[in-house]
Design a protein around this ligand. Structure first.
Ligand code: BGC
Length: 397
């Protein structure tokens, strides 16, 4: 542990330097190698131990990262940033994917703990179910940082690093308001993320804060949720009320669920719920599925659909006019913030936080990052000029 601490301290200066000039670097493929695989289901990549780690006991892993799935490009963006930042800074690290399973997630945490990690950075598959996994890590003296998604119902979460998720939802809602056709009675289709993800509630809360006044005054008419219609005069919803709505409009963050729900909604929709419509698409993967369904309905003359994550495929959809907007959540910043936090903790300092999130057991100190709305108009400035993506990834820029 002492040797690990020393290497972390040595690495701190490097990380600090890197954070200042944090660019759009991809994972360094030449510096990656495979660590022993604990489980076939999990992805298992470890950067080698650069100079600062040479003394690390038994080649153990210092920082363990657990991400929800590699089937969504969003999390591959995060993986690339972690491997780049941690590898360059001289930390041994390992990124494991839970592939949609809380059981695999728990095994992943146990694997990392058995490899001697000091810090666990975890984006939970299911915010409530992950409590048991982080409690097990905490019991072994590991510092737990919840990454992007809050883990609920446990005091075993030390810190939370997140984007401003309320603003994500509010930006999606505001985009629909600003780009709605003129007049009133405009059909509004609502979709949400997985009910097991605390973020899905925060995104919806943000969107509702902007959309609800327009629904209440008749400008928009909810097309696909009787629960939301029943609550349309309430500006602020309780968690249970949100859960009732999300229960009807959840995509489970799954492209196929999103597609079949959109198909079912359009099949059931009356003629006055077609024409020029608005769609609250919760993230990019589901937005693309939903957009494809709306685009092929001959009675839908136009649709405005939101997203988030700035996935490459959705950025192309935005350029092509098939998805109206996305929300850029700069994974470089989130990964760098998490690493900086880990370094502070291991140096015995109090990491910088700027807010707290209540997880039903405690107020978790949190570091929050701003988001950027991306449309056709600023896609180049936001994503190419900032070095996040290369222009060669897209056509028609
Ligand atoms: C993340 C989103 C992501 C979604 C589905 C949410 O918790 O904040 O960026 O699109 O999960 O993976």
């Amino acid at each position: 542990m002492k040797k690990k601490l020393l290497s972390l301290i040595l690495a701190a200066a490097m990380v600090t330097t890197m954070l200042v000039g944090c660019g759009g670097k991809e994972a360094d493929e030449t510096a990656s190698n495979s660590a022993p695989v604990a489980d076939e289901v999990v992805e298992d990549d470890a950067a080698p131990a650069p100079a600062a780690d040479e003394g690390d006991a038994a080649g153990g892993i210092q920082v363990g990262i657990v991400l929800p799935t590699k089937d969504e490009p969003r999390w591959l963006q995060d993986q690339a940033q972690f491997e780049s930042i941690l590898g360059d800074a001289g930390f041994t690290n390992q990124v494991l994917f839970s592939q949609g399973s809380s059981a695999t997630e728990k095994t992943n945490v146990e694997t990392l703990v058995s490899q001697g990690i000091d810090v666990l950075i975890i984006c939970a598959q299911d915010g409530a179910a992950a409590a048991a996994a982080v409690e097990a890590a905490k019991a072994e003296g590991v510092t737990v940082i919840a990454y992007d998604r809050l883990i609920t119902g446990t005091d075993a979460v030390d810190y939370y690093v997140t984007f401003d998720s309320f603003s994500v939802g509010a930006a999606q809602g505001q985009y629909l308001v600003d780009n709605a056709p003129a007049g009133s009675g405009i059909p509004l289709y609502l979709y949400a993320g997985a009910a097991t993800d605390n973020n899905a509630f925060i995104f919806f809360e943000g969107a509702w804060s902007v959309l609800q006044p327009k629904i209440a005054d008749g400008t928009f008419v909810i097309a696909n949720s009787s629960e939301a219609v029943g609550l349309q005069d309430k500006a602020e919803l309780t968690r249970d009320e949100e859960a009732a709505i999300i229960g009807q409009i959840t995509t489970d963050w799954d492209f196929n669920v999103a597609k079949s729900k959109a198909e079912a909604h359009l099949t059931a929709a009356s003629a006055d719920m077609k024409g020029d419509v608005l769609v609250l698409g919760p993230n990019d993967g589901t937005a693309r599925s939903i957009a494809d369904v709306f685009a092929t309905d001959k009675d839908v003359s136009s649709y405005v659909v939101t997203g988030q994550d700035a996935e490459i495929a959705s950025v192309q959809y935005v350029i092509d006019g098939k998805q109206s907007m996305t929300v850029f959540k700069d994974t470089r910043t989130l990964a760098a913030d998490s690493v900086a936090m880990a370094v502070s903790i291991l140096n015995g300092e109090t990491p910088a936080t700027d807010t707290t999130y209540n997880n039903e057991a405690k107020d978790v100190p949190a570091k929050q990052t701003n988001i950027v709305v991306v449309t056709k108009d600023n896609v180049k400035a936001a994503l190419i000029d900032s070095g996040y993506y290369d222009a060669s990834e897209f056509t028609g820029l």
